[in-house]
Structure formats: structure tokens, C-alpha cells
Write a protein that binds this ligand. Structure first.
Ligand code: MLT
Ligand code: ZN
Length: 481
């Protein structure tokens, strides 16, 4: 049985004794910093949703202020302790996993609203605020924070910045990066930067915002952020259509872009649908089952809006691109249709999926899909492969499900052996091995399939500038120093 004891305010378990003394030093340095070494916290805060790496942090720090983070990072530099910045841990590439005895820095206690400015239409919040809460605060003020994805109820805005989160509305509203007008960051060198200060226009040299956004906690710890908010769109409708094959997908997309004002164009396979509807709710969109489905969200105001939607639907039927479809008639029905797409990730999670998050240019999508399908059919004949994605952005999620009778290690090895071919296709199409999930641990060995050696050299140089002792998230995104 693990025994707990308290020393210098730190909850300790006997394991990881090596770091007890070191962590005791941290407690003396910042006496009011909350630190946990409870086994359940080590497990929970040491991992993210990737689930492929056993968590092994030495402790979890829960700072409550910018000042505590500054002192913590300075202490980590002098003590030589690696830190893993941690948000809602909804990541899917292992970016927030602490598998090598690192100290996790959880932003969970820093989730306050700092300011809403109605003239600037900005919201300034601490980095630990949950994404959905930001959406709610924006809506309460008649505005919208348009970055949206299924994990929004758990993910934190700091993590969204650190991974430049995408999601289901990128087609219309862009990525997280497009909504950030300011941030305060503690660099790996232990300095506080107040970046861009809420400005829309600021042509004073390198824009450091965009270095920290997408840096996966390797350059600094984001402490607070100022976000631009959008005007909400007019009333939206959702349509789900069934397709016989992948080929008509982009024809449907082209016509939809031409005839409707799209907010989203998503894609999923029938196997994905089977997992989502297996528990009885939500229900299948219509009676007939089709191999693939597309979900469209678009502006739909009054009778004209509905007539345009129906004309689009008729034309797709006439062309033979789709076999069936449904148009939402209420907000509740729109939400149910959305859940067919948004529940996929959660409903397949029990199968410990090996995730691929690939992208190419939109014009290349049909050929890219075929090339990937060839690899999947020849190399994964015994595994279930679930396809879905933000196809309107050229982003495809390819999930390989673990058979129950295969160990995690065997399964991971099998998937990694096919990666060579999958990423070969990605390289051939000049695509990305991680469109929106980040590099983390999972995609780190494959960074060179999307970035050339010169780029990787410059990335390492940038890391050295902001984090000279390589204490922030070492081994994530870039190889260990
Ligand atoms: C999604 O599109 O559902 C998210 O990126 C999560 C996932 O890929 O599983
Ligand atoms: Zn996604």
C-alpha cells in the first residue's frame, strides 16, 4: 500500500524518493505554492487523452499567480528540473504527458476572468479558463468566441493557444491564432513577456505571439490571454448527407461553397457512425446507411435560406453525389446532428485508437484520400479503421482501433510500422503529419516528414533562445537536447 506523508507542505508518497529533496527545495522557495504527490493526481495530471504513455511525473504544482509561475520557472532552471505545462489535458499527441519524472505545472487554479472590454470587443482571461466558459462569457455579451471543438468542455484556453487549436469552425473563422491579440508569458528563461498588448495593428518587428501559439509549451508558460471576439452569425442550419463513396465528397463541398455560406464541412465514415449510435443516442441521421457522410453547417435565414438549402440538396441528388440527407428543423435537431460528428472521438476512445491527424491542400484531398485508402486496405486488413475529419480544411483523422486481444505495446508497434507508408503519402502530397493535434511525443519522430532539416535547425535555435536550459517540455515537438 502506498503511504502518504507530509513534509514542507508537500503530499508525498514514498516512490520517486530521488526528487523528494528537490521538491522540498521548491516548497522552501515558494512556501504558498500548492504541490501534490498524491498517486491519483500523479496519474491524472501526468497524462492527456493520448493514453499511449504511462504517466510518471515527480509531482504536480498548482500555481495561483503569475508571480508563482515566474519563481517556479526560475527555480526549475537552477534545480535542473524539467517542467510540463498542463491545461485541460485533452491533447491527442502526448504534448502534456509527463512520462519521465517531470514536474507538471497545472493551470487549473488560474481560471479567472480578468477583463471584458466592450469597445475593443476583447476578453482577457487567465490561461486555465475552460474554452466553453469563454464561449459563454462572449455570448453573455452578445458576441462569440468562434473556436469550437468537442473537447471544449474540458480544454483550457492556454492549451488551445499552445496547440493552436483548430476544430469544426476553421473553415469560416480560422484557427485559435487568428483570435489572439495579446498574451502574458513566462519564458523558459524565467522572464515575463507582455506580448502585443491587445493591438489589432502592430508592425514593430517579429510577432512573438505567433511563436508561442502552437509551441506546445516548449518556449514558455502562457499565463493569460486577450482574445478578440466575433459578431455572431445569422441563424444556422445543419444538413447531413450520405455519400456512396469518397469521390463525390469534394464535388458536394464545391457546390456547397458556391451556393451556401458555410460555417463547417465535416466528414465521417459509416464505421464512425456505428460507434456513435451504438448506445442508442444520438440516432442515425436517416434510415438508409451509406458508406460516408458529410455534415454541413451554414447560414439559413427564413424561406429564402431554406429554399437555397433544398436546391443544393436536390442538385446533389440529381448529380448522383448523395443518396440521402436530412436538414435540421430546430436547434435541438441541429445539435443532435452535430453530435453524430462530435461524439466520435469519445465513443471510440475505449478502443485506444492510434490517431493520425493528417492534412493536405484542399485541391489534393480526393487523390490524398485514395492514396491513404490504398495503404490502409493493404496494411491494416485486420484492424478497424475509423475515418473522419474537417475535410473542408483538408484535414483527415485516421484512427486505427486496438483489437481487444492485442497488447498496447504490440498494437503501437504495428501502427508505427505502417506510419512509414502513411507519412510517405503525406510527404508526397506536401501535407502535414499533424494538422491540428500537435506533435507532442506521438508525432515527434515524424517531424521531418513535414519540416525540412533547415527548418528544424531554426526551430531548435528558437527553443534555445527562450528556454536555454531546455527545461520546458523537453522531448516534445523537438528531440531531446
Ligand atoms: C475531432 O475532430 O473530433 C478531434 O480532433 C478529436 C479527434 O480527432 O479524435
Ligand atoms: Zn479534429
Amino acid at each position: 500500500m502506498v503511504q502518504e506523508r507530509r513534509k514542507n507542505g508537500i503530499m508525498q508518497s514514498p516512490k520517486n524518493n530521488i526528487s523528494n529533496e528537490v521538491l522540498g527545495g521548491l516548497s522552501s522557495e515558494i512556501p504558498d505554492l500548492e504541490i501534490s504527490r498524491q498517486p491519483e493526481d500523479l496519474t491524472e495530471y501526468g497524462r492527456d487523452w493520448t493514453r499511449l504513455y504511462p504517466p510518471e511525473p515527480c509531482g504536480i504544482a498548482f500555481p495561483r499567480s503569475e508571480e508563482q509561475i515566474l519563481r517556479l520557472v526560475r527555480w526549475a532552471n537552477s534545480a535542473g528540473v524539467a517542467l510540463v505545462p498542463s491545461g485541460g489535458r485533452t491533447g491527442l499527441s502526448g504534448g502534456a504527458v509527463a512520462a519521465k519524472g517531470e514536474l507538471v505545472v497545472s493551470m487549473a487554479r488560474m481560471d479567472r476572468l480578468l477583463e471584458f472590454d466592450p469597445v475593443d470587443r476583447t476578453l482577457t482571461v487567465e490561461a486555465g479558463m475552460i474554452t466553453e466558459k469563454i464561449q459563454q462569457l462572449a455570448a453573455e455579451n452578445g458576441l462569440m468566441f468562434p473556436v469550437d471543438f468537442a473537447a471544449k468542455g474540458s480544454s483550457q484556453i492556454g492549451g488551445n493557444l499552445a496547440t493552436n487549436a483548430g476544430g469544426v469552425k476553421v473553415l469560416r473563422y480560422g484557427l485559435t491564432r487568428d483570435w489572439v491579440v495579446g498574451m502574458r508569458v513566462v519564458t523558459g528563461a524565467g522572464e515575463l513577456l507582455d506580448v502585443n498588448r491587445g493591438l489589432i495593428k502592430n508592425a514593430t518587428g517579429y510577432d512573438l505571439r505567433h511563436l508561442f501559439i502552437g509551441s506546445e509549451g516548449t518556449l514558455g508558460i502562457i499565463v493569460s490571454v486577450t482574445l478578440r471576439l466575433a459578431e455572431p452569425p445569422p441563424s444556422q442550419s445543419v444538413m447531413v448527407v450520405g455519400l456512396e463513396g469518397m469521390d463525390p465528397l469534394m464535388q458536394v463541398f464545391d457546390l456547397a461553397r458556391e451556393s451556401l455560406t458555410l460555417s463547417a464541412f465535416e466528414f465521417f465514415s459509416d464505421l464512425a457512425l456505428s460507434y456513435v449510435i451504438a448506445e442508442g443516442s444520438p440516432r442515425a441521421p436517416f434510415e438508409s446507411r451509406m458508406p460516408y457522410y458529410a455534415l454541413l453547417e451554414f447560414d439559413c435565414v427564413g424561406e429564402d435560406g431554406e429554399a437555397a438549402a433544398l436546391a443544393f440538396f436536390e442538385r446533389c441528388l440529381e448529380e448522383g453525389w448523395i443518396g440521402d440527407g436530412v436538414l435540421s428543423q430546430s436547434e435541438a435537431q441541429a445539435a443532435e446532428l452535430w453530435s453524430l460528428r462530435e461524439f466520435i472521438s469519445e465513443r471510440i476512445s475505449a478502443k485506444t485508437p492510434y490517431k493520425n491527424d493528417l492534412s493536405t491542400r484542399i485541391s489534393q484531398v480526393p487523390a490524398f484520400l485514395h492514396a491513404l485508402e490504398d495503404v490502409v486496405l493493404s496494411r491494416y486488413p485486420d484492424f478497424e479503421v475509423v475515418w473522419y475529419g474537417h475535410i473542408g480544411d483538408g484535414n483527415l483523422h485516421l484512427n486505427i482501433l486496438k483489437p481487444d486481444d492485442l497488447s498496447l505495446a504490440e498494437f503501437k508497434k504495428a501502427c508505427e510500422s505502417v506510419n512509414e507508408e502513411i507519412f510517405g503519402v503525406v510527404a508526397r502530397f506536401r501535407g502535414s503529419v499533424s494538422a491540428e493535434h500537435g506533435v507532442g511525443l506521438l508525432k515527434q519522430p515524424y517531424l521531418d516528414r513535414s519540416r525540412d532539416p533547415h527548418e528544424i535547425h531554426y526551430l531548435s535555435g528558437i527553443k534555445r533562445v527562450f528556454d536555454p536550459n531546455w527545461i520546458l517540455n523537453p522531448g516534445k515537438m523537438l528531440p531531446e537536447a
